[in-house]
Design a protein. Structure first.
Length: 324
């Protein structure tokens, strides 16, 4: 169809929204019930219009038993902030998963009353797999650089010290060629020690500060979960999270923070049932409070002050909170 100034608005909608297949675009009512459909819903999620309209939006959330809670947290955030980002795994009609980046916007009428929500969902599965591969590769390289450089320091120091001792104590007592060989050993040990120190400094610097940026923390949580994928699978557990806010943070530090908290929950779990970890975010004044709750072994309330300064003393769950 050729667009002209006289093209009916209904045709523009059909072309721009309804027929668009790269993005799933739809409307929800105030209860989260789906009321519209476009070609992207079928392309990305596998639902025809008849199968799609009338369902609750939680149909695409995973895991199923937390789906409505996750959907409600997303709508709540959209009501409070005007919009909500949602970067997580979703489930298609056929049961396969798609890593979707969703953007939910609250919609109000002329009187200021909430009438529903609009949602746009894009398929970021390929980017997610690439990002996970790069993240794992970078983490492995950083860990190798740190461990290798750290472990090489002591034998190099010993070798250099004894080479210097030999050079001082026995210089001139061997033939001239032997003195040259000892000098070569001393110089080589010093250069090697300098290289190892540089490698160690690089490993430390790359893991400390990557700059403060404004990001949606859903992606950082998902990155941390990806880094712990093997541990999650081996434990038979699962990690879920509500819609995360967009804040000014050092992304590398946030990924490591979530990774440590989730990793602790997986480590200190009950032996008779798989671990379940759930991450939430709550706005309190000018701060966001993030909580990581699990069904682990807990701790003695008498030790709460030493473990968590703001602990609620629960022995049923290990709860951690961080403020931004």
């Amino acid at each position: 169809m050729i667009l002209t100034s006289s093209t009916p608005h209904s045709d523009l909608y059909r072309i721009q929204v309804r027929q668009l297949r790269n993005y799933a675009m739809f409307l929800l009512d105030t209860e989260g019930i789906i009321v519209t459909w476009n070609g992207g819903v079928e392309e990305l999620l596998g639902y025809s219009e008849e199968e799609w309209i009338g369902q609750h939006a939680s149909v695409i959330f995973t895991p199923a038993d937390h789906a409505k809670d996750l959907c409600e947290s997303e709508m709540k955030k959209a009501r409070e902030a005007g919009f909500s980002t949602d970067i997580r795994w979703h489930i298609r009609k056929d049961g396969t998963e798609i890593f979707g980046n969703g953007f939910l916007t609250a919609v109000y009428d002329n009187s200021g009353d909430l009438i529903g929500y609009t949602k746009v969902l894009s398929d970021e599965t390929a980017r997610k797999h690439l990002q996970d591969s790069l993240t794992e590769s970078n983490a492995a390289l950083e860990q190798f650089a740190y461990v290798a450089s750290h472990d090489l320091k002591e034998p190099l120091r010993t070798m250099g010290s004894y080479a210097q001792l030999l050079n001082r104590r026995y210089q001139g007592k061997f033939d001239p060629e032997a003195d040259v060989f000892l000098s070569f050993i001393v110089d080589a040990a010093a250069r090697m020690s300098s290289l190892v120190e540089g490698l160690l400094s690089y490993a430390r610097a790359s893991s400390l500060h990557e700059g403060v940026t404004s990001v949606a923390l859903d992606e950082d949580v998902e990155a941390a979960i990806s880094l712990l994928a093997r541990a999650v699978d081996e434990s038979g557990g699962r990690v879920t999270h509500e819609a995360m806010p967009q804040v000014q943070v050092d992304r590398g530090q946030m990924v490591r923070l979530f990774q440590n908290l989730i990793g602790n929950a997986l480590k200190y779990r009950h032996s008779d049932h798989p671990p379940e970890v759930h991450i939430t975010a709550e706005r309190k004044g000018l701060e966001w409070v993030f909580s990581v709750a699990d069904n682990g072994i807990g701790f003695d309330p008498s030790q709460a002050a030493a473990i968590l300064p703001r602990s609620n003393g629960s022995t049923q769950n290990r709860n951690s909170a961080a403020q931004v």
